[in-house]
Write a protein that binds this ligand. Structure first.
Ligand code: NDP
Length: 288
């Protein structure tokens, strides 16, 4: 049976460490760090994510401003809001909650955020720096996965990692970060044949799955394999109304050495990494 990697516990520890550092700086007379979250429309999942981010900010001592625009807003309204926040000296991080309404161009909006305030790490400049190995803001979910892997104490260098999913915010940066850990990385996607998917999963020491589809991997992908660490990034609302990962809890427990549960695995780490990114942006501003 695989051992559970308790994302909630690891995230709580990261938030507590940040809270200590922030408290210390505030006692020395510095302002609190500030994150501004912009939500457009009333997508219920987005509202939950925004609430969770606000709660995490509170726990860390980060001021969280929340700007809520109606989904009838024009893209120009959003861009103007971002420009205003870009020059607000008290705002360290700007986060536009995705997805945006269909009439808005997500890429154009994200590129409007000043690079030093891009705490999601989604800007092309940050992605480029990650690619060539320069210091940058790491995208929160992949950065959180690295924390989860490190928490197991397993030596990752020279081992085989498989990343399933190749999105710009999860799969691609994930593969780069695993390479930085000196892992041999294979990326799979929806066009990969099931035979190849089984082959690579069975030879993997680490499997990171981020497809957004329940049961992407089942017994047949792991049977006779190496009992890898399974990191499940997927969040899917099941027909039972509950949240499920891309792999069932049974399969993860049966075939892994360690695994992240859903919920309570990667989700809390994503938010903890966001808090870290806000703190990093704030420290850079204090030191400038
Ligand atoms: P995208 O939809 O942007 O990308 C999904 C990727 O998975 C694509 O590359 C797609 O391949 C691939 N894929 C889809 N189906 C299969 C399949 N059956 N087999 C192999 N590959 C497949 O999603 P995101 O990367 O944004 O998110 C993925 C999941 O992670 C979602 O459930 C999302 O909710 C969750 N998520 C969770 C976070 C957390 O904090 N835990 C944070 C961010 C996202 P192709 O490129 O060929 O289309």
């Amino acid at each position: 049976m695989g051992r559970i990697i308790n994302g909630k516990e690891i995230a709580t520890k990261i938030r507590a460490e940040l809270a200590d550092k922030i408290k210390y700086l505030i006692e020395f007379g510095y302002r609190a760090p500030c994150l501004t979250v912009i939500q457009v429309g009333d997508d219920p999942a987005s509202s939950t994510y925004v609430r969770n981010k606000k709660k995490a900010c509170e726990e860390c001592g980060i001021e969280c401003r929340d700007i809520h625009l109606p989904d009838t807003s024009k893209e120009d309204d959003l861009l103007r809001t971002i420009r205003y926040l870009n020059i607000d000296k008290e705002v360290d991080g700007i986060l536009v909650q995705l997805p945006l309404p269909k009439h808005m161009n997500e890429r154009r909006v994200l590129e409007h955020i000043a690079i030093n305030k891009d705490v999601d790490g989604f800007a092309i400049a940050n992605a480029g720096k990650l690619l060539i190995g320069e210091d940058c803001t790491l995208p929160c979910t992949p950065a959180g996965v690295i924390e989860l892997l490190r928490s197991t104490g397993v030596n990752l260098a020279s081992k085989n990692a498989v990343v399933i999913g190749r999105s710009n915010i999860v799969g691609k940066p994930m593969a780069l970060l695993l390479q930085r850990e000196n892992m041999n990385v294979t990326m799979l996607h929806s066009k990969t044949s099931q035979d190849d998917m089984e082959f690579y999963c069975r030879h993997a020491d680490v499997v990171v799955v981020a497809t957004g589809h329940e049961n992407t991997l089942t017994d047949r992908h792991f049977y006779g394999g190496k009992n890898p660490i399974i990191i499940d990034v997927g969040i899917n609302r099941g027909s039972d109304g509950k949240l499920h990962g891309d792999v069932s809890e049974e399969v993860k427990a049966k075939y892994s050495s360690y695994y992240t549960p859903t919920p309570g695995g990667t989700g809390p780490l994503t938010i903890a990494m966001l808090m870290k990114n806000v703190f990093k942006a704030y420290k850079k501003d204090l030191e400038a």
